[in-house]
Design a protein around this ligand. Structure first.
Ligand code: PMP
Length: 285
């Protein structure tokens, strides 16, 4: 049976789920999105994801034509019709169909799209052995130009860094901000461990405020570990005892090498392994 996709209140077969070529989401990357997980039939941190989606939309003056409650119900029914209990949910709101000019006022009908699909999990090896990554040469976009706190459909900045990573044989790449400080990876937030303390770049470092990042910071408080949100440099990554990434798809994944240098002893450290276990318990995996 074909996967059903929700567009503006109607469920379409995947093959028939189509958006106009005049949609400014396609023409200009004018829109916002979310990536969410469902574990054992329960949507993980739905409220946080919907809040972030609505704030991203507000920041670009895009009005989502349904309420958060309606969105939550639409997600539930799309998951149900596709019989997905453990999967990935992609919400996309585009500016809608307009003219070939930039003017968003000419777009009358924002499109609300819900895709629910099975998820291709990262191989368990990534969690056991850790990732090797590089620092991308392309910096994270300047927050004054387009805030990375907006999860917009314009992901070219991240894609350029991802290409650099892939060319070096790495599935993730570290991005520095306009000041040369650590911001985040192309689709994940970054944490460092040093002398028993946990560090992550602050909200104004050019990051998306990750829902997984927030969950990990809560788990740290529960575990009695101090988390410091302070500016970090590439040097801090090089001399860290441990490093891990957080994201909806990756969950908590260790990084053991960056730019050819081993982090700590080059294996996933004890705090990283502890957070992987804590996060799995949190999601019920
Ligand atoms: N940074 C970027 C640029 C991302 O795209 C993502 C994934 N959505 C994250 C960080 C991690 O955020 P979350 O934990 O909410 O998935």
């Amino acid at each position: 049976m074909s996967l059903k996709i929700y567009i503006n209140g109607t469920l379409y077969d995947k093959e028939d789920a189509k958006i106009s070529v005049y949609d400014h989401g396609l023409l200009y990357g004018d829109g916002v999105f979310e990536g969410i997980r469902s574990y054992g039939g329960k949507v993980f941190r739905l409220k946080e994801h919907l809040d972030r989606l609505w704030l991203s939309a507000k920041a670009i003056m895009l009005e989502i034509p349904i309420s958060k409650d309606e969105m939550a119900r639409a997600i539930e029914s799309t998951l149900a019709v596709n019989s997905i209990t453990d999967g990935y949910i992609r919400l996309v709101i585009t500016r809608g169909c307009g003219t070939l000019g930039l003017d968003p006022n000419k777009c009358s009908d924002p499109q609300v799209i819900i895709i629910t699909d099975r998820i291709a999990l990262y191989p368990e090896e990534f969690y056991e052995k850790g990732l090797e990554i590089i620092t991308a040469s392309v910096p994270r976009i300047h927050p004054a130009a387009l805030s990375p706190r907006i999860k917009s459909l314009n992901y070219l900045n991240n894609i350029l860094a991802k290409i650099e990573g892939l060319q070096a044989g790495c599935i993730e790449a570290l991005m520095l901000n306009h000041k040369g400080e650590v911001s985040e990876c192309t689709g994940d937030n970054v944490f460092l461990v040093r002398n028993g303390g946990l560090f992550t770049p602050p909200n104004d470092a050019g990051i998306l405020e990750g829902v997984t990042r927030e969950a990990v910071m809560e788990l740290a408080v529960e575990a009695g570990i101090e988390v410091q949100q302070i500016p970090l440099t590439r040097h801090d990554v090089y001399i860290a005892d441990e490093c891990f990434l957080t994201g909806t798809a990756a969950e908590v994944v260790p990084v053991v090498k960056i730019d050819g240098r081993s982090i700590g002893d080059g294996t996933p450290g004890p705090m990283t392994r502890d957070f992987i276990a804590r996060f799995r318990r949190l999601t019920g995996r």
